[in-house]
Design a protein around this ligand. Structure first.
Ligand code: HEC
Ligand code: HEC
Length: 269
């Protein structure tokens, strides 16, 4: 737990949230190269990646000497063509070296990266989405007590109507690893003490220096003026359960992810 001062610079968070909502999950995939989405190309690209790229970008693209490519796609959308050029020419003035790969090998690599960092909704995801839907809406996982999709479900956690716009790896991490930095602003777990002695617990939405919108565990929205608040404690731990890796079998996880991967308002073809 950390007690944070009442007056805090919020504008940066707002900017960040705006940038994220404008860009998150965007991947500029104008390319019509047949390697994109082709399982054989992806498999061939995965082998090349392991030998030529993983040393700097990490086996799962999460970075090392080179940047985290999965997250980079959130902040700075990449296109298939830009990745193609980066692989062949390198990035001059940085550690990213040029390669001598043929065009075909390079497209295989691009296809692999596309499957790893492009929107889950555009990639083939193993699993049975109908079974995943039942898991999502079941009481045993409780996902839908906290999350909504297309206007149905709980309000404590972020809306997942467009979660398929994110790379699959990030969705999986969000379900299994609970790394906070993957989440959008606006879901901090907070405990609030009011000057009248009342205490509230829940998730903070739209927190500013002057006001706070708090959704409590029953989903009720409280509009609070910060002048009525005597103490605000932001929880470092997420309220989302962190034991789904034990509670879900491998098949259940695949099914759930294939359902989430399809949640997008963007048309796919
Ligand atoms: C020696 C380390 C190293 C190796 C090997 C390497 N990279 Fe990089 N890569 C980097 C660095 C450093 C950057 C960041 C360049 C910058 O600052 O913009 C980068 C950037 C990138 C980018 C982003 C380019 C952009 O326009 O933003 C992509 C995509 C990429 N690498 C893919 C690959 C692939 C695919 C391979 C394997 C063929 C690979 N890299 C091999 C170090 C490496
Ligand atoms: C008790 C409430 C709760 C339950 C139950 C819950 N979540 Fe979450 N979830 C959250 C909150 C709150 C966040 C926001 C990030 C954080 O605080 O970790 C979140 C974040 C996420 C994210 C990342 C969304 C984003 O935009 O960053 C995904 C994906 C997700 N949850 C999926 C699930 C799935 C699938 C289940 C069921 C297996 C589930 N959650 C169960 C509360 C919950």
């Amino acid at each position: 737990m950390m007690i944070i001062p009442m007056i805090r610079a919020v504008p940066l968070c707002i900017l960040l949230a705006a940038a994220l909502s404008a860009q998150h999950g965007r991947y500029l995939s104008e390319s019509k190269n047949p390697a994109i989405g082709d399982p054989q190309s992806i498999a061939a690209g995965a082998k090349l990646y392991a030998t030529s790229c993983a040393g700097c970008h990490g086996p799962d693209g999460s970075g090392g000497r080179g940047p985290n490519l999965v997250r980079r796609s959130l902040w700075h959308p990449l296109s298939d063509e830009a990745i193609f050029a980066a692989i062949q020419k390198g990035v001059p003035g940085t550690d990213m070296p040029p390669t001598r790969l043929s065009d075909e090998e390079t497209w295989n690599l691009v296809a692999f990266l596309h499957s790893m960092i492009g929107p889950a909704s555009e990639n083939k995801v193993p699993g049975d989405p109908a079974a995943g839907e039942r898991i999502f809406w079941s009481q045993s996982t409780g996902c839908s007590n906290c999350h909504s999709i297309a206007g149905r479900g709980g309000r404590l956690g972020p809306d997942l109507t467009n979660i398929g716009g994110r790379p699959l790896g990030l969705i999986k991490d969000a379900v299994l690893k609970r790394s906070r930095d993957l989440s959008l602003a606006g879901s901090e777990g907070v405990t609030v003490k009011l000057k009248n002695g009342q205490a509230l617990e829940g998730v903070a939405r739209n927190r500013s220096n002057y006001s706070l919108q708090l959704v409590d565990k029953s989903g009720n929205l409280h509009l609070l003026s910060m002048s009525d608040v005597s103490e605000l404690t932001v929880s470092e731990r997420s309220i989302m359960p962190n034991d789904y890796s034990k509670r879900l079998s491998r098949k259940e996880l695949d099914d759930l992810l294939s359902y989430l991967a399809r949640q997008t308002s963007r048309r796919t073809n």
